[in-house]
Structures are given as structure tokens and as C-alpha cells.
Write a protein that binds this ligand. Structure first.
Ligand SMILES: [Zn+2]
Length: 97
């Protein structure tokens, strides 16, 4: 039994890499919506960052993710051609009251 996972888009074996965890609440603006859509359709395994939610301190600033290098390239090309960021704006924490 192999635990080798392949990118369903590129057939490339996924490589474990440390990726940054982003904490806070992503701002759901047009750029972020476009990024989510592009991730699903163009680079599903780019995994250039993870959203850590609001659980500050529950884990470190980085986490291990399985990354397809061709997806990373596709993400870079997408960012270049659209001029959009590959990370969401983080709006910080909502403060009640
Ligand atoms: Zn891929």
C-alpha cells in the first residue's frame, strides 16, 4: 500500500512542504473570491498557505501540506496574469460590542 498522493490535475506526486498558516478572518472581497475559484479550477494543490481560522496558538505559524509544484507554477502564472494576490486580506478579529 502506497501513501503517495498524486495531483488530480497534473498527475504529479505531491510533496510534503511547510506552508504558512494565516490566522484571522479573510476578507471576502472580489480578489479572494477569484482566488478561491481559481484554486478549485486551476491549481487545487498549490497549497501556498493554510487558513488557520481564529484559533490563535493552537499550532505553530507553519503547517505541513502536500504540494504539487505544477500547481504552484499555475498559481504564479494566474497571479501574474490577473495581478491578484495569492493570499487573502486578513481582516483580523471581530470584536464584539
Ligand atoms: Zn497540480
Amino acid at each position: 500500500m502506497s501513501d503517495q498522493k498524486l495531483c488530480e490535475f497534473h498527475g504529479e506526486s505531491l510533496k510534503p512542504m511547510m506552508v504558512p498558516l494565516l490566522y484571522g478572518t479573510p476578507i471576502m472581497n472580489d480578489a479572494f473570491k477569484a482566488l478561491i475559484e481559481a484554486r478549485e479550477t486551476l491549481f487545487p494543490n498549490a497549497n501556498s498557505h493554510f487558513l488557520g481560522g481564529c484559533h490563535l496558538g493552537s499550532s505553530g505559524p507553519e503547517t505541513e501540506a502536500l504540494v504539487c509544484l505544477q500547481c504552484r507554477e499555475a498559481e504564479e502564472e494566474w497571479a501574474e496574469s490577473t495581478g491578484l494576490p495569492t493570499e487573502p486580506d486578513i481582516g483580523g478579529f471581530f470584536i464584539a460590542g
